[in-house]
Design a protein around this ligand. Structure first.
Ligand code: ASP
Length: 329
């Protein structure tokens, strides 16, 4: 993705996960469904920025749209733990103030990103986990729902496949799923995290990431997505980053902050910084995944070492771009 920028305008990028996403793996109607969903979430975030809204509000709005969509592994459509439950993680960061909020292990939130936002806005903490996070969400009226409303047949199938492959016992199937199986979900059983980065007209940056984690994970496992500096980071003096991929590797490399540091201290542009960390460091360590980034001048970049990544970007000065495969812009 190469682009010229206009440093006074807004820009935004979103992702819906990286992984084994090749032209042969997606049927035409699946591909169309993903492109449509990405375009719609992108527009949700872009509309905020177009109306002089903040980057923070834009990334939250875009991620909420992706959390609502069962095509993606966040909110409704989150993947299952080995015990057959869901545990969602999310983080949001404000580049202007370096304030951040994160949640881990939510089991009943329709929009984990908004719980993370409330942790940032309403507490003196950065991260809440598990039961404490859930009580916090309930007290603040943040759309706590019955966990079953977030379950989907596709993710249950993926769990069964994963556990069978690992010769692990299959937990009893929870009853009363809200959604029937969708032929449109492309489920390789792994990735699908969602995220957004944005720059608003005032020049502020923000990042947000939300996920159900990885299929068949141990209960209590926390990935990179809610870890500030690993799965999400934003600083006006550097750049904003949202990640997706093998969480353990992203944590070990401190991927999001590492990209920001290369930008800040070594003067790499945001594309070069992202490529160095993803294509060289992450690849060398054996991890797979990708990132989206936005720089203070509005330049958007993405980088991934997997076959594909669901992604899209828009800016005040150009037409939106929606891409899936590795050979696209
Ligand atoms: N990074 C996420 C996690 O490890 C998963 C993903 O992005 O696919 O929780």
């Amino acid at each position: 993705l190469s682009e010229t920028t206009q440093s006074s305008g807004w820009s935004i990028a979103i992702h819906g996960g990286a992984g084994v996403i090749s032209r042969s793996a997606l049927k035409p109607d699946q591909e169309a469904a993903y492109r449509q969903a990405l375009a719609a979430a992108l527009e949700t975030g872009a509309a905020v920025l177009r109306n002089d809204g903040s980057a923070l509000n834009a990334v939250e709005a875009a991620v909420r749209a992706l959390e609502d969509d069962p095509l993606f592994n966040a909110g409704r459509g989150s993947v299952f733990t080995a015990e057959g439950r869901i545990e969602m993680d999310a983080a949001i960061m404000d580049g202007a103030t370096l304030k951040a909020g994160a949640v881990a292990g939510l089991t009943r939130s329709a929009h984990p990103i908004s719980v993370a936002r409330a942790v940032m806005d309403k507490t003196e903490h950065v991260m809440l986990s598990g039961f404490g996070a859930e009580i916090f969400a309930e007290i603040n009226d943040l759309e706590s729902v019955e966990p079953e409303t977030l379950f989907t047949e596709n993710r249950w199938d993926a769990l069964e496949r994963t556990l069978k492959k690992r010769h692990l016992p299959i937990p009893p199937r929870p009853h009363a799923f809200a959604a029937a199986k969708s032929e449109l979900v492309h489920d390789e059983g792994k990735h699908g995290t969602v995220g957004a980065v944005a720059r608003d007209r005032a020049g502020n940056l923000a990042a947000a990431t939300s996920t159900g984690g990885v299929t068949g994970k141990r209960f209590g496992r926390v990935g990179d997505s809610p870890i500030i500096g690993a799965g999400a980071y934003a600083a006006n003096a550097a750049c904003a980053v949202s990640a997706t991929g093998d969480g353990e590797y992203f944590i070990r490399l401190g991927v999001a902050r590492d990209i920001a540091a290369l930008f800040e201290y070594r003067g790499l542009d945001v594309q070069a910084a992202a490529d160095l960390v993803i294509k060289e460091k992450l690849t060398a360590l054996g991890g797979s995944g990708g990132v989206i980034c936005v720089a203070p001048n509005g330049q958007v970049a993405w980088s991934f070492n997997s076959e594909g990544m669901y992604r899209a970007s828009a800016a005040e000065w150009r037409e939106p771009v929606v891409s899936i495969y590795g050979d696209e812009a």
